[in-house]
Design a protein around this ligand. Structure first.
Ligand code: FE2
Ligand code: FE2
Length: 245
């Protein structure tokens, strides 16, 4: 059984919600669960953005197979190496051996520490401003070190104005069948958990967040796809203001 949702015609949500976890990072209570988000872009080339926590592996690979619908998987973009997103990287490589893995140099070093597959033969290292053309889409990579770990980057899809923001703009809480901020009363029911997530996970790197916000201010962002929580369409300006504050 699969659980795949369309975000745009050629962009699909493959993530999952974890309601069994008591403490996120063994420290922060998640009474309402947490989601691990992964996205698949189906352009002339196909691009998987991050994986999910191991707890959702079975669902994730069913989702991925269904979403690909027989197409080859060309790229895996790794924004963040924390295991809630990168635990399944080696399994993706095992199932899709022809894949190219796009990541930062720091992430490459971590992959070598975490896994024992031959990453050098399939790694495509990117740096600030590099662009990957996948057909209709132009993906620009933006470095975001220490938002939350040193290897982090985000991706801006220049074609659609979509920012794949890694841990930034995430929130605690299972998404309960919702997908977008417009599916909930965002300020009333969502913002508190986004604030608690920011405070506990990202907020201690305020300076680095400010650097990322400065770069983001030059982008025409129409949608934010984070690694946890809902996709933001309507509340982008307000969310960025809250981060700035
Ligand atoms: Fe993280
Ligand atoms: Fe995360």
């Amino acid at each position: 059984m699969y659980n795949v949702r369309n975000i745009l015609d050629d962009l699909l949500y493959l993530g999952c919600s974890d309601r069994r976890l008591q403490l996120f990072e063994s420290a922060y209570p998640v009474a309402d669960g947490v989601s691990y988000n992964s996205y698949l872009l189906k352009d002339e080339k196909t691009v998987l953005f991050d994986t999910v926590d191991k707890v959702c592996a079975c669902q994730f690979f069913k989702n991925l197979e269904y979403a690909l619908d027989g197409k080859k998987l060309d790229y895996l973009v790794i924004h963040h190496m924390e295991p809630d997103h990168a635990a399944l990287v080696s399994e993706v490589k095992r199932r899709y051996p022809e894949i190219n893995i796009v990541c930062t140099a720091k992430a490459l070093a971590m992959i070598k520490q975490f896994f024992d597959f031959d990453i050098d033969s399939c790694a495509q290292i990117v740096k600030e401003g590099d662009v990957l053309n996948t057909g209709k889409h132009e993906l620009q990579f933006i470095m975001a070190p220490m938002v939350h770990w040193p290897e982090v980057m985000v991706t801006f899809d220049k074609t659609t104005g979509t920012l794949f923001s890694a841990d930034a703009f995430g929130a605690f809480g299972a998404i309960n069948g919702n997908l977008f901020d417009t599916d909930v009363n965002w300020e009333r029911d969502y913002l508190d958990e986004a604030r608690r997530y920011y405070t506990n996970i990202v907020g201690k790197y305020g300076l680095q967040v400010q650097m990322l916000l400065k770069k983001a201010s030059n982008l025409d962002i129409k949608m934010i796809c984070p690694l946890h929580g809902l996709i933001i369409k309507q509340n982008i300006k307000l969310f960025i203001e809250k981060y700035d504050k």
